[in-house]
Unconditional design. Structure first.
Length: 160
């Protein structure tokens, strides 16, 4: 059974993330959504809130063979700890590629056994980013097209 790690801050989870998770199943049997502690990012939802939103979404959508685990520190160490060598990443635009290209190169230098699978965002999800979703929600905009209902509820609570 192949295990893939889909890492990120997921602050918050978007429909684009869900799309990558579902499409990743063509390449791996099981997926761990690795939620980083945020590192240098300004985080809206704390770690427990992000884990709960993702778990609720996975349960409600009946997405099988997906677990959620927090991690901090180097991704390559988390991947090694989970005894896999597959990282899954989504790409939306050229700017994503540049950043991901550098990260993949660094990860390879740290552990050459690890491979990264890139999936291009589907057409309907290319413009969705967690930062834009937070901004639209903060300004009382409708984000229902961009996030699962479980996330929309939590965004409304945060910006009440």
């Amino acid at each position: 059974m192949k295990l893939g790690i889909y890492p990120g801050s997921f602050d918050p989870l978007t429909n684009g993330h869900i799309d990558i998770i579902e499409r990743s199943k063509k390449f791996v049997d099981n997926i761990i959504i690795g939620i980083s502690d945020g590192n240098n990012k300004k985080i809206l939802f704390n770690l427990d809130e992000r884990i709960n939103m993702i778990n609720k979404t996975i349960q409600n959508r009946k997405i099988k063979n997906v677990t959620v685990e927090p991690f901090n520190g180097l991704l390559v160490n988390f991947v090694k700890k989970k005894e896999t060598n597959i990282i899954i990443r989504g790409l939306r635009a050229v700017s994503d590629f540049e950043y991901e290209f550098q990260m993949t190169g660094m990860n390879f230098k740290l552990n050459s056994d690890i491979e990264t699978i890139f999936l291009m965002a589907s057409d309907k999800n290319q413009l969705i980013s967690s930062n834009l979703v937070k901004e639209v929600s903060r300004l009382n905009g409708n984000v229902s097209k961009f996030v699962p209902p479980e996330v929309e509820i939590e965004l409304k609570k945060k910006f009440k």
